[in-house]
Design a protein around this ligand. Structure first.
Ligand code: SF4
Length: 524
């Protein structure tokens, strides 16, 4: 009999179970294939935190400073706080807990080699965008800071028999080096098992026009896009019927750093708009693959049936992972509320400036919408083909906020059409509409390595590496990265209106925890 082991490697924010593995686990269960799922990200982070606070200290063996000693002493209480509703009432208490936990984590590894935080992994010795470095990580798994965890955990995993397939889900660069260290270790302890690697990052790598597989001999199969059908095909099983419901019961739900189970759910992959210049969705020509509205509504309704506020298996929040929730689904959710608060990305549209529509969304459980407004310059938005009208965006922010839906606005600086006066217009947009902007994400533009828009620019290496997804470029108007960074640090972020909004942003967890402040503090 075949058995499958699925691993979610470090490091990503440990706030919710990974949706991709929940889908794979559901599909394998539907086809009666034995499957074990390990959230090695959550387990590994808790291992390092507990070892640092209560055990052997850091590998660096350094002497604790006052902050670290205090943070270690309060670790348990801080973890409990983040797992309870009370943790999201006072921003100051929340921030102290998160910063202390992050301090313990940072001090759990030798600082000269690796920098860990609750949302990122940086290895000073190896780069996640160089395939020789990833292969070296696999050859020397003991170099990885999570080695103590997986050396103890992985050999004990097979309950009855050795896994025939071991799958890794690799979605972010911050996971890549740990993922390959774990692959190398699995190769040693389960030499007969086949290794399969999939996830969002692998999909992006495989869509590069110059892609050639550098991992032959280490990884047996690579999967681009949704993994259910290819994985079943490797197992020699025909995929039957409609997609299986994701299975979240395979995860240790009470252990995540959130006040309850966050159901992360994709109602589509790709983007229905797919027109914004320089967006990876357009550059990679990713197909838009929606799960039908009816199917989404039925799946979410299943969770509502079991919704029992006392149970750890009942979701407290739905995180819709779509690049943009399509308007038809928003309307369907109004007609068929899932019975659980939810949030996700949406595009600015006429609907969102309609008070009746926003109040209906609120009644349907919408706690927060993430909105990519990007720029306060209409010329920049038009040249980027964002399809956003600034007047409409301003009206939508006000209407949503007044309806009791938190607005999380995303701004992007340093895009090719932007010049410094445009960036100042963006600042003015925030100042004018500060009352209606609850949270703010400020980012500097990264140029995708490939795509028709990239070809028009004078480009160079962003990170030196054969797997880099970005390139540097000479800005057509000289509005280069250092100038943009200076504007953000010295002007934008120092403006009292912007600073006040940024202070509300939950450190490290950002939008993953923001809805809880809205839901629990204001009781809306
Ligand atoms: S709406 Fe977002 S995901 Fe879609 S094309 Fe534009 S930037 Fe990309």
């Amino acid at each position: 009999m075949q058995s499958v082991l699925l691993i979610h490697p470090p490091l990503v924010k440990p706030s919710e179970p990974p949706a991709g593995l929940a889908r794979l686990a559901g599909a394998l269960k539907r086809h009666q294939i034995a499957c074990t799922v390990v959230d090695a990200n959550l387990e590994g982070l808790l291992y390092l935190l507990n070892r640092r606070a209560f055990g052997a200290g850091s590998d660096a063996g350094d002497i604790d400073d006052t902050w670290t000693k205090r943070a270690c002493r309060h670790l348990d209480a801080h973890l409990r706080l983040l797992r309870s509703r009370k943790g999201y009432i006072s921003t100051d208490r929340y921030k102290r807990a998160v910063l202390d936990i992050n301090r313990v984590l940072g001090k759990s590894v030798p600082a000269d080699a690796v920098r860990l935080s609750l949302s990122d992994y940086e290895d000073r010795r190896r780069s996640p965008v160089r395939s020789p470095d990833l292969i070296a990580a696999a050859e020397m798994p003991a170099d990885n800071p999570f080695f103590g965890y997986f050396k103890a955990r992985f050999p004990l995993l097979p309950e009855k028999e050795q896994p025939s397939w071991i799958g890794f889900s690799l979605n972010y660069l911050s996971q890549a080096l740990c993922c390959f260290a774990m692959i190398g270790f699995m190769r040693e302890i389960f030499p007969a098992a086949k290794i399969v690697l999939g996830g969002g990052l692998v999909t992006s790598w495989m869509q590069r026009p110059d892609w050639r597989n550098p991992f032959e001999g280490l990884v047996d199969e690579l999967i681009a896009g949704p993994g259910e059908a290819p994985l079943l095909a490797f197992l020699g099983v025909a995929c039957n019927g409609t997609p299986a419901a994701p299975d979240y019961s395979v995860f240790p739900l009470p252990d995540y750093l959130s006040p309850g189970f966050i159901l992360s759910y994709s109602a589509s992959s790709g983007c229905y708009w797919r027109r914004c210049a320089f967006c990876p969705e357009k550059a990679e020509a990713n197909a838009y693959r929606p799960v039908s509205d009816d199917h989404v509504i039925n799946e979410l309704a299943q969770w509502n049936v079991f919704h029992d506020p006392g149970k750890t298996t009942s979701p407290v929040l739905i995180h819709l992972l779509d690049n943009a929730i399509r308007p038809s689904l928003l309307r369907q959710m109004i007609l068929n509320p899932p019975g659980i608060p939810w949030y996700g990305f949406a595009r600015i549209s006429k609907d969102l400036k309609d008070p009746e529509f926003c109040l209906a969304l609120k009644r349907a459980g919408c706690a927060m919408l993430k909105l990519g407004i990007e720029s306060g310059s209409q010329r920049v938005l038009d040249e980027l083909e964002k399809g956003i009208d600034l007047k409409m965006a301003a009206d939508a922010l006000k209407t949503l906020h007044q309806a009791g839906i938190a607005t999380y606005v995303y701004l992007l600086f340093g895009t090719p059409p932007e010049q410094e006066p445009d960036a100042s217009q963006t600042l003015n947009f925030v100042i004018r509409h500060q009352e209606w902007i609850d949270f703010l994400n400020v980012a500097i533009f990264n140029l995708p390595a490939f795509g028709p828009d990239t070809e028009k620019l004078n480009t160079g290496d962003f990170y030196e590496g054969d797997l880099s997804l970005y390139r540097t470029f000479s800005h057509p108007s000289g509005w280069d990265r250092p100038k943009v960074r200076q504007f953000l640090d010295r002007v934008l972020k120092r403006h009292p209106a912007v600073a006040a909004i940024l202070r509300r942003d939950p450190p490290y967890f950002t939008s993953n925890h923001a809805p809880f402040f809205w839901l629990y503090r204001y009781g809306t």
